[in-house]
Design a protein around this ligand. Structure first.
Ligand code: ADP
Ligand code: MG
Length: 262
């Protein structure tokens, strides 16, 4: 009895909670290629959503529409109560969105520490003077994030010398500098060795638990994403094929046939 009361309480809370992100009718074509074909997508505050689907199904394009890195053909996006549909990436980032890219974007000729400080560019600090103007709070944040990532010994290493996996973790550190409410990770574990994948998982879950950060994680590693996500969205040919809890998705015959069947 207690547990069903708790469940219904929980359901009420989630239903009452306005989404952090509400995207409607997202459409994006590249010439004749209809990469994203009318996707509706909600993310609740503090929710970890796994976005999966075959290569070319539109996952990266959808992230880029949501983060405003590319212009949509049509659709609307509400984020944190504001209409960001027409915003540029920089403005969307200032409103509390962070992201990483399928092809890692870091500054290879700067140290890990300097890269972390560069994460602030998204707060509108500007590139010039970014390093010299870091206040105590910012330095503490960078130190904490680098320590949490368990590579403080690498703080003064050139980012270009890091392994592929460490570069991905560093990109996440950079995204976290501005204390975003939602972070999108594209191909989070690609090129990351199993030990670092475990670090990444602990890091994501820790940030989710301690700072309430919501995540959208594009991922091919099904073991990883099913263990970390509250919810899985399956994209196929630019459309949502399924959306549910990891257990529901595991049992969805259509998904198994189209994607998980291998
Ligand atoms: P995924 O991330 O799921 O692998 P993408 O979003 O990268 O898929 O790609 C979806 C489709 O859009 C693919 O057919 C891809 O070739 C095409 N596409 C993506 N980006 C571009 C681009 N900048 N120019 C032309 N076609 C693109
Ligand atoms: Mg992609």
């Amino acid at each position: 009895m207690t547990s069903s009361a708790q469940l219904s309480n929980q359901a009420t809370t989630i239903a009452d909670c306005p989404p952090l992100l509400r995207a409607r009718g997202i459409v994006k074509s590249f010439g004749g290629i209809r990469a994203v074909q009318g996707v509706d997508f909600d993310v609740a505050p503090g929710e970890i959503t796994g976005l999966v689907g075959p290569n070319g199904s539109g996952k990266s394009t959808l992230l880029s529409c949501l983060s405003r890195d590319i212009a949509m053909d049509s659709g609307s996006i509400l984020f944190n109560g504001a209409d960001i549909s027409k915003m540029r990436a920089m403005e969307a980032a200032r409103s509390g969105m962070g992201r990483t890219f399928q092809n890692v974007r870091i500054f290879p000729e700067m140290s890990v520490w300097e890269n972390a400080l560069m994460g602030r560019q998204w707060k509108g600090v500007g590139l010039r003077g970014l390093l010299s103007s870091a206040d105590d709070d910012t330095r503490r944040r960078a130190t904490d994030l680098i320590e949490l990532m368990r590579f403080p010994q690498l703080a003064h290493e050139y980012a270009g010398n890091l392994s592929g996996g460490q570069k991905r973790l560093l990109e996440l550190v950079m995204a976290m500098m501005s204390r975003p409410k939602l972070v999108m990770l594209d191909e989070a574990t690609s090129g990351v060795n199993p030990t670092l994948i475990e670090s990444l998982k602990q890091y994501v879950m820790g940030l989710n638990r301690d700072e309430g950060v919501a995540f959208i994680i594009v991922e091919h590693n099904i073991g990883f994403i099913f263990s970390v996500a509250d919810r899985i969205v399956v994209l196929d040919s630019g459309k949502i094929l399924a959306d549910g809890s990891p257990d529901e998705i595991r049992q969805n015959q259509e998904v198994i046939g189209a994607y998980l069947g291998a």
